[in-house]
Design a protein around this ligand. Structure first.
Ligand SMILES: NC(=O)c1ccc[n+]([C@@H]2O[C@H](COP(=O)([O-])OP(=O)(O)OC[C@H]3O[C@@H](n4cnc5c(N)ncnc54)[C@H](OP(=O)(O)O)[C@@H]3O)[C@@H](O)[C@H]2O)c1
Length: 278
């Protein structure tokens, strides 16, 4: 999406997981560019704080006010029943883009293969994406109809996956499987949607956010969250099938997919938490 937009290019965007990290950074940049952005997370107070901070900074920089807007839309993506009508109930009548960033990460500690934890992570990262698509698809289909084959107006689904789904990472049985499932779901959806709605799956490496601040293992090529949001928005403009960054980590992991034995017997060991393999 362009750096600043005139009224005809103004888009309506829904972002899940916009109360923090990547989703929040992307939401604020889009609103600064002049777009209308619905931001979702589970806590209404957090979302309202973000809206207030944005409105305050907009007022204090009236000369650069591009007319963008953040609107709080609290929801829990794991709540199947509530998610079906979440957009209608919030009065969202049109959408150009949805960005599915809501996610959680928990790690396995063998020998405890905790089924409840694996379900919990998959509920958010996989079924949460499914729920958001169920909510948004009828509205995106209307946008597609109105777009009348104009590529610029074609609706766009952007899912935040993870490079962890390229290969088996240590302790990522829950997280990696949820990301592999959500990527596959979105790729399959892309096949069914044909050229009515574009689908992009984003594969970040490590991005510095509250999620990764909890990690206690090496995170090579860690990317700043503002830089991550800039990369996603700049690349999403061209509506690619995938966006993967940082390039060096992507190249390294893609190469490892060609030499899986080298990955499992060597490199992946170095990512294990100290003591996890004892
Ligand atoms: N950071 C990385 O290195 C990295 C790498 C690859 C992929 N990713 C993916 O990028 C996405 C964003 O991660 P992040 O690093 O920005 O993490 P983050 O700062 O922890 O943000 C996670 C967001 O998801 C929301 N969320 C969690 N559970 C939810 C639920 N049940 N319903 C609605 N919203 C929920 C959180 O909001 P509330 O808690 O307020 O509900 C928060 O806004 C995730 O999908 C993550 O898996 C991150």
């Amino acid at each position: 999406m362009n750096d600043s937009v005139n009224s005809i290019d103004k888009k309506t965007v829904w972002i899940t997981g916009a109360s923090s990290g990547i989703g929040r950074a992307v939401a604020e940049k889009l609103a600064q560019q002049g777009h209308r952005v619905y931001i979702s997370g589970r806590t209404v107070e957090t979302l309202e704080d973000i809206v207030q901070q944005f409105d305050f900074s907009k007022d204090s920089k009236a000369s650069t006010n591009a007319g963008g807007q953040l609107i709080a839309l609290p929801c829990d993506v794991t709540d199947d029943a509530a998610m079906v009508n979440v957009l209608q109930e919030a009065g969202v009548e049109s959408l150009d883009t949805i960005i599915l960033s809501a996610g959680t990460c928990e790690y396995i500690d063998l020998p405890d293969l905790d089924i409840n934890m694996i379900r919990r992570v998959n509920e958010t990262n996989y079924f949460g994406v499914v729920n958001a698509c169920i909510a948004a698809l009828p509205i995106l289909e209307k946008t597609a109809e109105a777009a009348n084959e104009s590529v610029d107006r074609r609706p766009h689904i952007i899912g935040i996956g993870s490079m962890s789904s390229y290969l088996g990472f240590p302790r990522a049985e829950a997280y990696g499987s949820s990301k592999a499932a959500m990527s596959y779901f979105l790729e399959s959806l892309r096949s069914d949607l044909g050229d009515r709605i574009d689908v992009t799956v984003v594969y970040p490496g490590f991005v510095k956010t509250p999620m990764t601040d909890r990690n206690d293992f090496p995170m090579p090529f860690l990317v700043d969250v503002e830089e991550a949001a800039d990369i996603i928005l700049r690349k999403a403009d061209r509506r690619p099938l995938t966006i993967a960054f940082p390039a060096r980590l992507n190249l390294l992991l893609k190469t490892m997919t060609l030499f899986p034995r080298m990955w499992y017997s060597g490199v992946s060991k170095r990512l294990r938490r100290t003591g996890a393999d004892t």
